[in-house]
Structure formats: C-alpha cells, structure tokens
Ligand binder design. Structure first.
Ligand code: AMP
Ligand code: GLY
Length: 426
C-alpha cells in the first residue's frame, strides 16, 4: 500500500515506525513529519492544514491510504475535502469527517452527544453572550471547584479549574466578553468538577465495529509531582496498573459501546481513532472528553505494545471489517519520558543540536522524535516537546527506570524532563 501520514509529532513518528515495519507498506510519505519520520519514509513539506497541496500529493504519489494524526486538519474538514474530489474517490482515510471530529472540536457538541446517549460524564451547562447573566448567577451558586471550558479547539489550553466564584466569573468574562480563546471560546461549557484518577482508552472504529487498543495514562504537568502548568504531555505509561478486567469491562459497556452506537444512531461517519479521556472514581468511569485522534505521548506507549500489523488493522478499518480482527498486545509495560526545550510550555528557543540519538539501546528502548528537524546535516530542536524515549520493562518501575537511564545519553542545550513518570505505580 502507498500511505500518506499527516502530522509532525511523536505520535506520527510512532505510527510511522510501526507502519514501516509492515510488509504491506509499499511506500510511506509523511507531511510535514520530523527528523524521526524521515528515517521511516519520505517527508513532504506541506503543513497539516495545507489541504490543496496534500490533495495534489495524494494524486502525484498514487496514495491509497491517508492517516490523519492531529486534530486540527480533522476539525477543519480534511476528510470531507479529500473524499469530495473525484480523483481521490478510491482513497481510504483514517480520521473522521468534519461532523465526527466535532466530538473533539466542540465541547458543547461532545457533551450533548454524551447526554443523548446516556454516557456518564460531569453535569454541565453551556453559556454564550445570549445567556451571559444567567451564567454569572450559575457560577456564583455552584459548588467548588468548578470547571470552565472554551467550546472550540484551544491547543489544550481552554480548560480552567476555578476555586472561587470570583475566579470563575473573571475567567468566564475573559472567555465570553474578551474572546480569550478566540471566537470558538465565546461559548463556554461550565462543568461539575470530578474527583478521581485519569486514564485514557483508545479505540479504532470503522463506524460499525471497534477494537480496543492498549490503555494509557499520561502526565500533563511540566513539573515533578504533577505541579506547574499544563503541557501537551511529559510522559505516559501503558498498561495502567489499576485498569483491571472489571474496570475495562465497565468502560466498554458504559462508555465505548454507547459511543460507537451513538455515532451510528446520529448518522455520523466515523472511521478512525477515538481517544476517551476518563476519570475513575472508586472504580466508576466517567467521560472527561473525546479526542478524534490518538494521544501524544500516549501513542508512543500504546503503539510499541501493539503486536498487530498496523497497516492490516487500518485496511480492516477502511473496509469496515474490524469485526474480523483480534488485538494482540505485548504484556510488558512501556513507559515514555519526554524531553522538552528550556522554558516550555512558555517561550523557548529552537535550533539546538541534539547529540547521542544513536546511543539509545535498541534492545529495550525507542527514541521517538517530536519537535525535531534536520539542519545542515544535524538533528536540531524544532519545538517545545523535542523527543521521548519509550522503554519496555517488567513493571512501571522497571520501564520508567530504563527510560530515565536512556534519557541521560541524549542531550541538547536546555533539555528538561520529568524524573517521576509513573510515580504513583512504583
Ligand atoms: P480537556 O481539555 O477536556 O482534556 O481537559 C484538560 C484537563 O482538565 C483534563 O485532562 C482534566 O485533568 C481536567 N478536567 C477537565 N474536565 C474536568 C472535570 N470535569 N473535572 C475534573 N477535571 C477536569
Ligand atoms: N496527551 C494528551 C493529548 O494528546 O491530547
């Protein structure tokens, strides 16, 4: 198969790494990719929302399968755009259309979907300029903490947990009156705060059937002990030690099944990954949010545990034959630690040379590039999250230890990483 993968992060390197191992992959192109994906296939220069050039690349390179990594092109409708072209009618696309991607693109849409299909989640109300005053009263009377969410995509920043009515009203005003998160943030979802521990479950669906991929837990805060500002993710582990058979069964029965059935009932076309962000309290799972794609860095621990041929799995998704597939999983634990640029998630510099990449022990570790590029023959930093090292071990403790040890070998000026990924399971 001739395959085009869209994206440039660690998620895409992990997907490209897995796809390149398949005997069914004849040619792999990645756009725009990073220095890591360039070792698995050929990078193209087009940005993920440059639909016109991506369309032309599909034609020029006789692409048969497109995999969309990040949410932005999905929410902007890349799937609809490509399939509406007669020249591309034969192409299979992994990633929902614009309507399906609303599960991530609009928090209000996702909450209404959960309500309609009786999927357990936090109670909520939505407010805009139209019912602005009603919202203020609601915030002042609500129990604390309270969660405010900008409706649209906000690069992972649109969620604010408020601990006083004063803070909540101030944030609410910033979102609605001052468009802190742009137009899409002028609608606000106000939600009950859920206690518990978070985990993520990943499903691949063909719109009729689904398979469940290995679950994961990520670590979003910049500093050890889950302190400091949120990031795209500083590390992840899979499997999640507390996700036993009984919990996974509840998640499947109460959340996954009604979601896939809900997509069918609502007439939503969905072929692709669904990322379920869950809160678990006393063994009871509730939905926090959907993403219409795989997570990053969760993919970097999920994909190394997946033993199936990914190309065959994606072909079965496109052909709506996932009912014929069994997921096979490596029983070992995988832990990944992310190295970020100094200053991230605030301002940071790019273009720092990365050394020691070839020193990582291939027997139990994989280095996935995130924000990297090649400049004058050298691999240099090109983003906030620069690379991660995913390590296999017999336990979280073991895998985390190996990941941290390998981390010592690869360096760039200003490198920072967390030493405590998986700490609560060690
Ligand atoms: P989201 O962008 O929806 O993933 O939210 C970002 C993070 O905010 C989540 O990963 C949770 O840690 C937290 N969060 C969101 N909604 C809630 C909620 N209702 N209760 C508690 N924490 C939440
Ligand atoms: N690691 C969280 C995400 O991919 O959204």
């Amino acid at each position: 198969m001739r395959i085009l993968l869209i994206g440039s992060g660690g998620r895409e390197h992990a997907l490209a790494w897995k796809i390149a191992q398949s005997p069914h992959c004849e040619k792999l192109l990645i756009t725009p990719g990073n220095a890591g994906t360039a070792t698995c296939g050929t990078n193209l220069p087009y940005h993920v929302t440059d639909f016109e050039n991506i369309r032309q690349a599909c034609i020029d390179h006789k692409i048969e399968l497109v995999i969309v990594g990040p949410e932005e092109p999905l929410v902007k409708g890349i799937t609809d755009y490509l399939i509406s072209d007669k020249a591309l009618a034969h192409i299979d696309i992994i990633g929902p259309d614009k309507m399906g991607a609303q599960l991530e693109g609009s928090k209000a849409f996702a909450k209404a979907f959960m309500m309609r299909h009786q999927i357990p989640t936090a109670a909520y109300k939505e407010f805009t300029l139209q019912n602005y005053q009603e919202g203020i009263t609601y915030l002042q009377q609500h129990s604390l903490p309270i969660v405010l969410k900008a409706d649209g995509l906000a690069a992972g920043k649109g969620v604010v947990i408020c601990h006083s009515p004063f803070e909540a009203v101030a944030e609410y005003e910033l979102m609605i009156q001052r468009a802190k998160y742009g137009e899409a943030g002028k609608k606000v979802v106000v939600e009950e705060f859920m206690n518990g521990i978070e985990m993520s479950v990943f499903v691949l669906t063909d719109g009729k059937h689904y398979v469940i991929l290995p679950e994961a837990k990520d670590y979003k805060r910049i500093d050890e002990g889950d302190k400091g500002p949120n990031t795209g993710g500083m590390g992840a582990v899979s499997p999640v030690p507390f996700a036993d058979k009984s919990l996974m069964k509840k998640i499947e029965e109460r959340i996954i099944k009604p979601t896939v059935e809900g997509l069918v009932k609502d007439g939503l076309e969905y072929r692709g990954f669904i990322f379920f962000g869950l809160m678990i309290e006393n063994g009871v799972p509730r939905m926090i949010e959907y993403n219409c794609r795989m997570g990053d860095p969760e993919t970097e621990v999920v994909i190394p545990r997946l033993q199936n041929d990914l190309v065959l799995l994606l072909k079965a998704t496109a052909a709506q034959q996932l009912n014929t597939v069994n997921i096979e999983t490596d029983t070992r634990t995988v832990c990944t630690t992310v190295a970020v640029s100094g200053g991230y998630p605030g301002d940071y510099e790019k273009g720092k040379e990365i050394t020691g990449i070839d020193k990582v022990n291939p027997e139990d570790s994989i280095l996935f590039h995130m924000g990297t590029t090649v400049k004058d023959g050298k691999t240099v930093t090109n983003g906030g999250r620069v690379f991660c090292i995913s390590a296999y071990g017999r336990s979280v403790f073991d895998a985390a230890e190996i990941s941290r040890m390998e981390m010592l070998k690869v360096n760039f000026e200003g490198k920072k990483y967390r030493m405590d990924i998986g700490y609560e399971f060690e």
